[in-house]
Design a protein around this ligand. Structure first.
Ligand SMILES: [Zn+2]
Length: 206
């Protein structure tokens, strides 16, 4: 997705997890090498989280760094949202997670990077208003960090042919990073279906 969508989604999730929303800047971190064209292979991978953190710190020294959990939540929110606009190689370089049919892939990929600046103001208004509503309404007011982490891992695993095999290693790595065990129970949310349906309608219209 685009920069603004990542910030909005990151802020809403962080607030629901009772973490300072300034950490939403980290929700843009995986796109820091956007201009290279291969960025979805480097910084859009669970294994690259430490690398993302150290590189983003150098490029954006103003980003808050005290709360590692806030950083992880924001980066994971980026991975999840990106699966709606193009294949994301979050597990390894061979198998992508993707929540759109290949027949309409081209429009979605264009949308990600190129189309946004060309859309009329009315379309952008609709995009940000409706998507904000979905992010707000499809997650409970109070969300635990573990519920959101589990949700992202589970949903991305469902969107990838071998996701189910990889997800246990991802939990272990994240537990090492945040220094504690993660309760692996995802929050019940209709966000994936509702957001997918919304984007489909949006692309038919615009
Ligand atoms: Zn991205």
């Amino acid at each position: 997705m685009d920069y603004k969508s990542h910030i909005i989604f990151g802020e809403i999730i962080l607030q629901k997890c009772h973490i300072d929303k300034s950490y939403a800047l980290w929700a843009t971190a995986p796109d820091m090498d956007l201009k290279t064209g291969i960025h979805r292979y480097t910084y859009h991978n669970f294994k690259a989280i430490l690398e993302i953190i150290s590189e983003f710190k150098k490029q954006y020294p103003e980003a808050p760094i005290e709360n590692i959990t806030g950083i992880v939540i924001a980066i994971l929110s980026h991975f999840y949202l990106d699966a709606f606009t193009a294949p994301i190689f979050c597990w390894n370089t061979h198998y992508a997670s993707l929540d759109i049919p290949p027949s309409i892939l081209k429009e979605y990929i264009n949308f990600n990077i190129y189309l946004i600046p060309e859309l009329p103001d009315e379309a952008l208004h609709e995009l940000y208003t409706k998507s904000t509503e979905i992010y707000q309404e499809d997650f409970p007011e109070i969300l635990s960090v573990d519920e959101f982490i589990s949700f992202v891992i589970n949903e991305l695993a469902k969107m990838c042919i071998f996701g189910i095999i990889y997800k246990f290693g991802v939990y272990r790595n994240l537990e090492k990073l945040i220094g504690r065990k993660i309760t692996r129970i995802p929050v019940q949310s209709q966000m994936t279906m509702n957001f997918y349906n919304f984007l489909n309608e949006f692309f038919k219209k615009w």
